[in-house]
Design a protein around this ligand. Structure first.
Ligand code: G3P
Length: 485
């Protein structure tokens, strides 16, 4: 504390010559500054892109196995330094201490796994011309994967380490350079994590991390002419605005969701309840894959709601340092937004389940919002459609599975969904009918394991993630055609 965190570019840590500073607040203690960070100037950002471009040319020619070795090396350094990185996560995004360590280890594992991407990159294709009508067998086409150039990575506050590594790893193994624009809440964790890459000895300029004031330089960064691909995870509005201005570069965007859980009459109700707790309330619901609306068949709704309520009553609410289940949400603005959704639902006669627990009345203290299940939600309520990104879960009672599918498909989002049933045929039919990037059967939505494809439709995003898909997205097909006499 007191010191100003530096930015990373050209292999060096520096304070911005602009003298500008951004403040990171501790979500747990109202108004308390956790860190101060230097905010880069336009020239410094531009320089980071120029250096990235130059370094990338050399990196692309570095043998694949050496690139892989470097990723294994940084993964090892990250594992050794999981403690201090996790401490930053606790302090600046209020992630529970244990989960913070898990995030760092998961990131190291992701980088090691990504190193194995050399297999995908070392394979190409070989085609003869004579399978297309009218062509003799005189042309040989050799297709391989080439890097795109400079990848702009913009991770979100909720996984500043893991969702930075999920962009950097695939980019680097494929021969690209990366410029990271860290989230303000989460930037110190990102900078610490970047230091692991620095210690691993990646070439100067290949990687940089440039904190900026997004309101001033956001457009400059995302429309910079040296950007060859943008990988963004964050809010829908920002994602939309970036994609409108981005121009002709590949986009990988994950922009949130209204992940629906459909519970059928033959579903395991206990299992569904456990998954609502884990899938809906962990990290206070601040995950784009959190369960964000429960659509339950009328006949089993009471059973499900009372089981969830009993479990909610056992959740520990408090600071992340104590590994509480429910922790403060990231900003006061976010807490206000969540409270607004609750107030709207209450005014329209939804039932706030926790209001009946005498010792756990639903309440809010600063950024800390007590977990809440809202029953009898109807389509006229904002919470039926909007993404709270908080520990508040709406329950809508449905008469038919089709009603659940209709609600799911009417959402502007389409990231993930899940179905609880003991009938595999129903599960497959519903999965087919639900228009979302992924449908989980008998488990809550989740991105991992990190090599699984992960994608959203509609306003949930474009492009697919997961290690293999990211490597593919961050490369282009290059062909050489050999014309025989
Ligand atoms: O909110 C970001 C999203 O990628 C969630 O990941 O692992 O919590 O399902 P996960």
């Amino acid at each position: 504390e007191g010191d100003v965190y530096k930015f990373y570019a050209d292999g060096h840590w520096r304070l911005s010559s602009s003298g500008n500073i951004s403040y990171v607040y501790n979500p747990t203690v109202a108004g308390k500054q956790a860190y101060k960070i230097t905010a880069c100037s336009k020239d410094e950002v531009n320089q980071a892109f120029q250096s990235a471009k130059a370094a990338q040319k050399i990196w692309a020619k570095t043998p694949l196995y050496k690139r892989a070795e470097m990723l294994h090396k940084v993964a090892e350094i990250m594992r050794k330094n999981k403690g201090p990185i996790a401490e930053c996560l606790v302090k600046e995004v209020a992630k529970p201490a244990k989960d913070s360590v898990t995030e760092v280890v998961r990131s190291a594992d992701l980088l090691s796994y990504t190193a194995e991407g050399i297999r995908i990159l070392s394979e190409g294709k070989f085609l003869f011309s004579d399978s297309f009508p009218g062509n003799p067998r005189n042309k040989l086409c050799l297709a391989s994967k080439a890097p795109l150039g400079v990848i702009l990575a913009i991770p979100p506050f909720n996984y500043p380490v893991n969702l930075t590594c999920s962009k950097i790893g695939p980019a680097l193994i494929a021969g690209n350079a990366v410029v990271v624009k860290p989230p303000t809440q989460g930037s110190v964790s990102t900078l610490h994590m970047m230091h692991c890459f620095h210690l691993a000895g990646f070439p100067k300029g290949l990687l940089s991390c440039v904190p900026i004031k997004a309101s001033e330089l956001g457009d400059y960064v995302t429309t910079h002419p040296l950007v060859n691909c943008i990988s963004f995870t964050g809010g829908c509005d920002t994602g939309m605005s970036i994609s409108k201005k981005a121009g002709m570069v590949p986009l990988q965007m994950e922009l949130g969701g209204k992940d629906a859980m459909i519970v059928l009459e033959d579903g395991d109700i206990e299992l569904a309840a456990t998954n609502i707790i884990k899938g809906g309330f962990s990290f206070s619901g601040q995950r784009c894959t959190a369960v964000k609306v429960v659509l339950v068949m009328e006949s089993v709704a009471d059973k499900l709601v009372s089981s969830v309520n009993a479990k909610v009553a056992k959740l520990k609410v408090g600071p992340p340092e104590n590994n509480c289940d429910i922790v403060p949400v990231v900003t006061e603005a976010s807490a206000n937004f969540i409270e607004g959704l609750v107030t709207d639902a209450k005014a329209k006669n939804a039932k706030l389940c926790q209001a009946k627990f005498s010792r756990q009345e639903w309440k809010r203290q600063g950024n800390l919002i007590w977990p809440l299940l809202i029953d009898n939600v109807t389509t006229d309520m904002r919470i039926a459609w909007e993404e709270p990104f908080g520990p508040v879960i709406p329950v809508m009672r449905i008469k038919t599975p089709e009603e659940g599918v209709k609600h799911c498909n009417s959402s502007k989002y389409g990231l993930q969904g899940c179905v609880f049933t003991s009938d595999i045929n129903k599960a497959m039919l519903l999965s087919d009918a639900m228009e979302s990037g992924t449908i989980q059967i008998n488990s809550a939505p989740a991105r991992g394991p990190d090599h699984f494809p992960f994608q959203g439709i509609r306003e949930s995003g474009v492009g697919s993630q997961g290690v293999t898909n990211s490597i593919n997205l961050m490369t282009k097909i290059k062909t050489t055609v050999l014309n025989l006499p």
